[in-house]
Design a protein. Structure first.
Length: 252
């Protein structure tokens, strides 16, 4: 039997797909003044799972007082279907840029000509660091990751904020520590939010737009912090190298 919460989430997801405004019934007041917090949280995963063209920035590093972290940017295109990942480290140096076509090997941008190839792009499956950008965040499981926030406790709406040009309603709360005996699959799902430490309560926030989409997410635990922010939804596009633009590396 479905719980009232899961039934509500399903109803909201279906209503959103049909009307785009079921969470905010009144047209006479700003949408965020009448937003249903429980419904917003319940619909997050479906909204994120339906995205197929967007830019997603992921920043991670030490806790809130620990200074600058690492930035990883994913550009997801649906035409052609591909992902371009750019890793920028806090210590500077050249960015790591990898294009993942829908089929075939990952393509590594050799901007410093370190591999001796005749082209700037090389077939790079064997050259990528571990973890590779595709392993840091599994975009195919993005809906599941976002869905974790539906378990947020103590959700407290803040004042409306603009992220870029998008109006959002921030929700602030926390995820309790994972209980002992939690299965490895659940721990792996929490990994991008919690890292290896799943013993402490995690402060989390999500900024939701008028369509119920999680524009920005943040988490902060005792040892690390992380944030994800979407932009360019429906407008992300880039060139996928092919043919004579790609070659094998000469040096490892």
């Amino acid at each position: 039997m479905e719980s009232p919460r899961s039934a509500l989430a399903l109803a909201c997801a279906l209503s959103l797909s049909l009307s785009g405004c079921a969470l905010f019934p009144s047209a006479d007041r700003p949408w965020y003044e009448e937003a249903d917090t429980e419904a917003l949280l319940g619909a997050l995963a479906d909204a994120a799972s339906g995205a197929d063209n967007y830019t997603l920035e992921l920043g991670f590093g030490p806790g809130p007082a620990g200074g600058t972290g690492t930035l990883l940017t994913y550009e997801v295109s649906d035409s052609p279907s591909a992902v371009r990942a750019t890793l920028s480290a806090p210590e500077g140096g050249p960015d790591l840029v990898v294009v993942y076509p829908e089929e075939g090997q990952a393509l590594l941008h050799d901007s410093e000509d370190l591999l001796g190839a005749p082209t700037e792009w090389v077939q790079g499956d064997a050259l990528l660091p571990s973890p590779s950008p595709a392993e840091v965040l599994d975009l195919n499981s993005l809906g599941e990751l976002v869905g974790l926030l539906s378990a947020m406790q103590g959700a407290d709406p803040g004042a409306s904020e603009n992220i870029g040009e998008t109006g959002t309603l921030p929700l602030h709360g926390f995820l309790p520590a994972l209980a002992e005996g939690t299965g490895p699959e659940e721990r792996a799902t929490f990994g991008p939010l919690l890292g290896e430490d799943v013993s402490g309560r995690l402060e989390v926030s999500v900024w939701v737009d008028a369509e119920g989409f999680p524009v920005r997410m943040e988490s902060a635990g005792p040892t690390s912090s992380l944030w994800l922010e979407f932009s360019e939804r429906g407008d992300t596009a880039f060139h996928v190298p092919n043919g004579d633009e790609v070659s094998e590396p000469v040096r490892n």
